[in-house]
Write a protein that binds this ligand. Sequence first.
Ligand SMILES: [Zn+2]
Length: 325
Amino acid sequence: MKISIFGNKVTESRNIAVIAIGVLVIVVLAAVARSKDEKMPAKNNQTYNQLTPEEERVIVNKGTELPFTGTYATNKAKGFYTCKRCDAPLYMSDNKFDSGCGWPSFDDGIEGAVKRIPDPDGQRTEIVCANCGAHLGHVFVGEGLTRKNIRHCVNSISMNFIPIEKTERAIFAGGCFWGVEYHFHKVRGVLQTTVGYTGGHSSNPTYEQVCSGTTGHREALEVVYNPALVSYEQLARLFFEIHDPTQVNGQGPDIGEQYQSEIFYVNDQQKEIAQKLIDILKLKGDKVVTRLVQAGTFWKAEDYHQDYYEKKHGSPYCHVYTKRF
Ligand SMILES: [Zn+2]
Protein backbone atom coordinates (compact mmCIF):
# COMPACT_ATOMS: atom_id res chain seq x y z
CA MET A 1 0.00 0.00 0.00
CA LYS A 2 2.72 2.35 1.05
CA ILE A 3 4.75 1.40 -1.97
CA SER A 4 1.72 1.95 -4.14
CA ILE A 5 1.10 5.38 -2.64
CA PHE A 6 4.79 6.17 -2.87
CA GLY A 7 4.73 4.99 -6.48
CA ASN A 8 1.73 7.21 -7.24
CA LYS A 9 3.44 10.16 -5.64
CA VAL A 10 6.52 9.60 -7.74
CA THR A 11 4.39 9.39 -10.87
CA GLU A 12 2.54 12.52 -9.78
CA SER A 13 5.70 14.50 -9.09
CA ARG A 14 7.17 13.25 -12.38
CA ASN A 15 4.05 14.44 -14.16
CA ILE A 16 4.33 17.83 -12.44
CA ALA A 17 8.00 18.03 -13.42
CA VAL A 18 7.19 17.17 -17.05
CA ILE A 19 4.41 19.80 -17.11
CA ALA A 20 6.71 22.38 -15.49
CA ILE A 21 9.45 21.72 -18.06
CA GLY A 22 6.87 21.90 -20.85
CA VAL A 23 5.58 25.26 -19.60
CA LEU A 24 9.15 26.52 -19.26
CA VAL A 25 9.96 25.48 -22.85
CA ILE A 26 6.83 27.26 -24.13
CA VAL A 27 7.69 30.43 -22.15
CA VAL A 28 11.28 30.41 -23.46
CA LEU A 29 10.14 29.79 -27.07
CA ALA A 30 7.61 32.61 -26.79
CA ALA A 31 10.29 34.94 -25.42
CA VAL A 32 12.67 34.01 -28.26
CA ALA A 33 9.92 34.57 -30.83
CA ARG A 34 9.11 37.94 -29.25
CA SER A 35 12.74 39.05 -29.19
CA LYS A 36 13.01 38.08 -32.90
CA ASP A 37 9.97 40.26 -33.63
CA GLU A 38 11.45 43.12 -31.66
CA LYS A 39 14.68 42.91 -33.61
CA MET A 40 12.83 43.43 -36.89
CA PRO A 41 9.96 45.78 -36.06
CA ALA A 42 7.43 45.99 -38.84
CA LYS A 43 6.53 49.56 -39.73
CA ASN A 44 2.82 50.29 -39.87
CA ASN A 45 1.99 47.15 -37.87
CA GLN A 46 3.00 45.03 -40.81
CA THR A 47 3.87 41.41 -40.47
CA TYR A 48 6.43 39.94 -42.81
CA ASN A 49 5.75 37.38 -45.49
CA GLN A 50 7.12 33.89 -44.92
CA LEU A 51 10.39 33.43 -46.85
CA THR A 52 11.80 30.28 -48.43
CA PRO A 53 15.36 29.30 -47.36
CA GLU A 54 16.76 30.72 -50.64
CA GLU A 55 14.83 33.98 -50.21
CA GLU A 56 16.10 34.20 -46.64
CA ARG A 57 19.70 33.63 -47.81
CA VAL A 58 19.48 36.72 -50.04
CA ILE A 59 16.99 38.95 -48.20
CA VAL A 60 18.03 38.39 -44.59
CA ASN A 61 21.62 37.17 -44.91
CA LYS A 62 22.50 39.57 -47.74
CA GLY A 63 23.35 36.90 -50.29
CA THR A 64 23.34 37.28 -54.07
CA GLU A 65 21.45 35.20 -56.61
CA LEU A 66 23.42 33.93 -59.60
CA PRO A 67 23.26 36.29 -62.60
CA PHE A 68 20.78 35.45 -65.36
CA THR A 69 18.90 33.10 -63.01
CA GLY A 70 16.33 35.50 -61.55
CA THR A 71 12.77 35.86 -62.81
CA TYR A 72 12.85 39.57 -63.61
CA ALA A 73 16.25 40.25 -65.21
CA THR A 74 14.69 40.55 -68.67
CA ASN A 75 11.11 41.34 -67.65
CA LYS A 76 9.86 44.24 -69.79
CA ALA A 77 6.24 44.25 -68.64
CA LYS A 78 4.72 47.42 -67.15
CA GLY A 79 4.06 47.35 -63.43
CA PHE A 80 5.37 47.67 -59.90
CA TYR A 81 8.20 45.81 -58.19
CA THR A 82 7.51 45.31 -54.49
CA CYS A 83 9.46 44.00 -51.50
CA LYS A 84 9.21 40.20 -51.21
CA ARG A 85 9.18 40.46 -47.41
CA CYS A 86 6.91 43.44 -46.60
CA ASP A 87 5.12 44.23 -49.93
CA ALA A 88 6.28 47.86 -49.95
CA PRO A 89 6.52 49.22 -53.53
CA LEU A 90 10.20 49.65 -54.48
CA TYR A 91 10.57 50.22 -58.22
CA MET A 92 8.45 51.00 -61.27
CA SER A 93 8.96 49.39 -64.64
CA ASP A 94 9.47 52.89 -66.13
CA ASN A 95 12.87 53.02 -64.42
CA LYS A 96 13.95 49.53 -65.46
CA PHE A 97 16.58 49.18 -68.16
CA ASP A 98 18.58 46.37 -69.69
CA SER A 99 22.13 46.64 -68.38
CA GLY A 100 23.14 43.17 -69.56
CA CYS A 101 24.48 42.36 -66.08
CA GLY A 102 22.07 39.50 -65.43
CA TRP A 103 20.15 41.17 -62.61
CA PRO A 104 17.17 43.55 -62.83
CA SER A 105 18.53 47.10 -63.19
CA PHE A 106 16.76 50.34 -62.38
CA ASP A 107 18.06 53.89 -62.67
CA ASP A 108 15.77 55.11 -59.88
CA GLY A 109 13.66 53.79 -57.02
CA ILE A 110 10.25 54.95 -55.87
CA GLU A 111 10.83 58.05 -53.75
CA GLY A 112 11.82 57.11 -50.21
CA ALA A 113 11.42 53.36 -50.84
CA VAL A 114 15.06 52.30 -51.11
CA LYS A 115 17.75 53.04 -48.52
CA ARG A 116 21.47 53.12 -49.28
CA ILE A 117 24.01 51.72 -46.82
CA PRO A 118 27.77 51.85 -47.59
CA ASP A 119 29.42 48.42 -47.23
CA PRO A 120 31.80 48.23 -44.26
CA ASP A 121 34.76 47.79 -46.66
CA GLY A 122 33.82 51.06 -48.38
CA GLN A 123 33.83 49.34 -51.80
CA ARG A 124 30.15 49.22 -52.61
CA THR A 125 26.83 50.65 -51.46
CA GLU A 126 24.15 48.21 -50.38
CA ILE A 127 20.47 48.95 -51.07
CA VAL A 128 17.73 47.78 -48.73
CA CYS A 129 13.96 48.17 -48.50
CA ALA A 130 13.45 51.39 -46.51
CA ASN A 131 10.39 49.89 -44.82
CA CYS A 132 11.69 46.53 -43.58
CA GLY A 133 15.45 46.53 -44.25
CA ALA A 134 15.31 43.57 -46.67
CA HIS A 135 18.51 43.26 -48.69
CA LEU A 136 17.90 44.16 -52.33
CA GLY A 137 21.36 44.40 -53.90
CA HIS A 138 23.82 47.22 -54.58
CA VAL A 139 23.74 50.59 -56.28
CA PHE A 140 26.37 51.84 -58.73
CA VAL A 141 26.84 55.45 -59.80
CA GLY A 142 28.69 56.88 -62.80
CA GLU A 143 28.59 53.96 -65.23
CA GLY A 144 26.97 56.14 -67.89
CA LEU A 145 24.32 53.54 -68.73
CA THR A 146 21.31 55.88 -68.54
CA ARG A 147 20.70 59.60 -68.34
CA LYS A 148 20.30 59.34 -64.57
CA ASN A 149 23.68 57.57 -64.48
CA ILE A 150 22.66 55.22 -61.67
CA ARG A 151 22.17 51.46 -61.60
CA HIS A 152 20.23 49.77 -58.84
CA CYS A 153 21.36 46.16 -59.26
CA VAL A 154 18.62 44.17 -57.56
CA ASN A 155 18.16 40.47 -56.88
CA SER A 156 14.95 39.24 -58.54
CA ILE A 157 14.31 37.05 -55.53
CA SER A 158 14.07 40.11 -53.26
CA MET A 159 11.04 41.35 -55.17
CA ASN A 160 7.55 40.54 -56.41
CA PHE A 161 6.26 41.99 -59.66
CA ILE A 162 2.69 43.28 -59.94
CA PRO A 163 1.75 43.80 -63.62
CA ILE A 164 -0.22 46.99 -64.22
CA GLU A 165 -3.21 44.91 -65.48
CA LYS A 166 -3.45 43.28 -62.05
CA THR A 167 -3.73 46.64 -60.26
CA GLU A 168 -6.88 48.66 -59.53
CA ARG A 169 -7.59 52.33 -59.03
CA ALA A 170 -9.66 54.31 -56.54
CA ILE A 171 -10.25 58.05 -56.08
CA PHE A 172 -11.24 59.72 -52.82
CA ALA A 173 -11.80 63.37 -51.92
CA GLY A 174 -12.00 64.18 -48.22
CA GLY A 175 -10.58 67.61 -47.55
CA CYS A 176 -6.95 68.69 -47.82
CA PHE A 177 -5.34 66.04 -50.04
CA TRP A 178 -2.08 66.08 -48.05
CA GLY A 179 -3.82 64.45 -45.09
CA VAL A 180 -5.74 61.90 -47.16
CA GLU A 181 -2.54 60.81 -48.90
CA TYR A 182 -0.71 60.52 -45.57
CA HIS A 183 -3.04 57.73 -44.44
CA PHE A 184 -3.39 55.81 -47.71
CA HIS A 185 0.34 55.89 -48.38
CA LYS A 186 0.86 53.59 -45.39
CA VAL A 187 -1.57 50.86 -46.38
CA ARG A 188 -0.13 47.50 -47.33
CA GLY A 189 -1.12 46.72 -50.91
CA VAL A 190 -1.24 50.38 -51.93
CA LEU A 191 1.27 50.73 -54.77
CA GLN A 192 0.98 54.42 -55.60
CA THR A 193 -0.77 57.51 -54.32
CA THR A 194 -1.13 60.74 -56.32
CA VAL A 195 -2.78 63.94 -55.15
CA GLY A 196 -4.66 65.94 -57.74
CA TYR A 197 -7.86 67.61 -58.82
CA THR A 198 -11.00 66.09 -60.26
CA GLY A 199 -14.76 66.52 -60.56
CA GLY A 200 -14.64 70.02 -62.05
CA HIS A 201 -14.76 71.52 -65.49
CA SER A 202 -11.37 73.12 -66.19
CA SER A 203 -8.39 71.39 -67.78
CA ASN A 204 -4.90 71.40 -66.22
CA PRO A 205 -6.06 73.28 -63.10
CA THR A 206 -3.51 74.82 -60.76
CA TYR A 207 -3.71 74.78 -56.97
CA GLU A 208 -4.48 78.49 -56.93
CA GLN A 209 -7.32 78.08 -59.41
CA VAL A 210 -8.82 75.21 -57.39
CA CYS A 211 -8.46 77.21 -54.15
CA SER A 212 -10.32 80.12 -55.75
CA GLY A 213 -13.38 77.86 -55.98
CA THR A 214 -14.03 78.59 -59.65
CA THR A 215 -13.04 75.27 -61.21
CA GLY A 216 -15.56 72.92 -59.58
CA HIS A 217 -12.67 70.56 -58.80
CA ARG A 218 -12.07 68.74 -55.53
CA GLU A 219 -8.71 68.11 -53.92
CA ALA A 220 -8.54 64.35 -54.38
CA LEU A 221 -6.32 61.32 -54.02
CA GLU A 222 -5.80 58.65 -56.65
CA VAL A 223 -4.80 55.30 -55.22
CA VAL A 224 -3.35 52.46 -57.30
CA TYR A 225 -3.49 49.23 -55.35
CA ASN A 226 -2.97 45.49 -55.52
CA PRO A 227 -6.43 43.92 -54.98
CA ALA A 228 -4.74 40.67 -53.94
CA LEU A 229 -3.55 42.45 -50.78
CA VAL A 230 -6.16 45.10 -50.06
CA SER A 231 -9.77 45.37 -51.20
CA TYR A 232 -11.71 48.41 -52.36
CA GLU A 233 -13.98 47.99 -49.36
CA GLN A 234 -11.01 48.16 -46.97
CA LEU A 235 -9.80 51.33 -48.68
CA ALA A 236 -13.27 52.92 -48.67
CA ARG A 237 -13.70 52.08 -44.98
CA LEU A 238 -10.38 53.74 -44.25
CA PHE A 239 -11.51 56.80 -46.23
CA PHE A 240 -14.59 57.20 -44.00
CA GLU A 241 -12.45 56.73 -40.89
CA ILE A 242 -9.78 59.34 -41.65
CA HIS A 243 -12.10 62.25 -42.33
CA ASP A 244 -15.47 63.53 -41.16
CA PRO A 245 -18.02 62.43 -43.79
CA THR A 246 -20.75 64.48 -42.08
CA GLN A 247 -19.17 67.90 -42.64
CA VAL A 248 -20.86 69.90 -45.39
CA ASN A 249 -18.73 71.79 -47.92
CA GLY A 250 -15.46 71.51 -46.09
CA GLN A 251 -13.23 69.43 -43.87
CA GLY A 252 -12.04 70.61 -40.48
CA PRO A 253 -10.80 74.18 -40.81
CA ASP A 254 -10.71 73.97 -44.61
CA ILE A 255 -13.93 75.39 -45.95
CA GLY A 256 -14.93 75.46 -49.61
CA GLU A 257 -16.35 73.21 -52.31
CA GLN A 258 -12.89 71.84 -53.14
CA TYR A 259 -12.90 70.14 -49.70
CA GLN A 260 -16.28 68.44 -50.11
CA SER A 261 -16.33 64.73 -49.18
CA GLU A 262 -16.72 62.71 -52.38
CA ILE A 263 -15.96 59.29 -53.73
CA PHE A 264 -15.20 59.12 -57.44
CA TYR A 265 -16.02 55.55 -58.40
CA VAL A 266 -14.40 53.98 -61.45
CA ASN A 267 -16.93 51.16 -61.81
CA ASP A 268 -20.37 50.12 -60.53
CA GLN A 269 -18.88 47.67 -58.05
CA GLN A 270 -17.03 50.50 -56.29
CA LYS A 271 -20.22 52.57 -56.30
CA GLU A 272 -22.18 49.73 -54.67
CA ILE A 273 -19.54 49.17 -51.99
CA ALA A 274 -19.33 52.89 -51.22
CA GLN A 275 -23.13 53.14 -51.01
CA LYS A 276 -23.24 50.11 -48.69
CA LEU A 277 -20.75 51.77 -46.32
CA ILE A 278 -22.68 55.05 -46.37
CA ASP A 279 -25.87 53.12 -45.53
CA ILE A 280 -24.11 51.40 -42.61
CA LEU A 281 -22.96 54.74 -41.22
CA LYS A 282 -26.41 56.30 -41.70
CA LEU A 283 -27.97 53.40 -39.81
CA LYS A 284 -25.61 54.21 -36.96
CA GLY A 285 -26.93 57.77 -36.98
CA ASP A 286 -24.14 59.52 -38.89
CA LYS A 287 -25.52 62.15 -41.25
CA VAL A 288 -23.11 61.29 -44.06
CA VAL A 289 -22.92 63.90 -46.82
CA THR A 290 -20.31 62.09 -48.95
CA ARG A 291 -21.35 62.19 -52.61
CA LEU A 292 -20.78 59.35 -55.05
CA VAL A 293 -19.69 60.62 -58.45
CA GLN A 294 -18.51 58.79 -61.54
CA ALA A 295 -14.77 59.32 -61.99
CA GLY A 296 -13.64 61.59 -64.82
CA THR A 297 -10.24 63.02 -65.66
CA PHE A 298 -7.86 63.14 -62.71
CA TRP A 299 -5.42 66.05 -62.96
CA LYS A 300 -2.17 65.46 -61.08
CA ALA A 301 -1.34 68.28 -58.66
CA GLU A 302 1.94 70.17 -58.58
CA ASP A 303 4.99 68.18 -57.43
CA TYR A 304 5.33 70.02 -54.12
CA HIS A 305 1.92 68.69 -53.04
CA GLN A 306 2.89 65.03 -53.62
CA ASP A 307 3.82 63.05 -50.48
CA TYR A 308 3.69 66.33 -48.60
CA TYR A 309 3.81 64.99 -45.04
CA GLU A 310 6.30 62.29 -46.01
CA LYS A 311 8.69 64.94 -47.28
CA LYS A 312 8.08 67.28 -44.32
CA HIS A 313 8.19 64.44 -41.78
CA GLY A 314 4.96 65.83 -40.40
CA SER A 315 1.46 64.57 -39.71
CA PRO A 316 -1.93 65.92 -40.78
CA TYR A 317 -3.78 68.61 -38.82
CA CYS A 318 -7.28 67.51 -39.74
CA HIS A 319 -7.10 63.84 -40.74
CA VAL A 320 -7.01 61.66 -37.66
CA TYR A 321 -8.08 58.04 -37.68
CA THR A 322 -11.46 57.54 -36.01
CA LYS A 323 -13.06 54.10 -35.83
CA ARG A 324 -16.54 54.30 -37.36
CA PHE A 325 -17.41 50.74 -38.40
ZN1 LIG B 1 10.41 45.47 -47.27
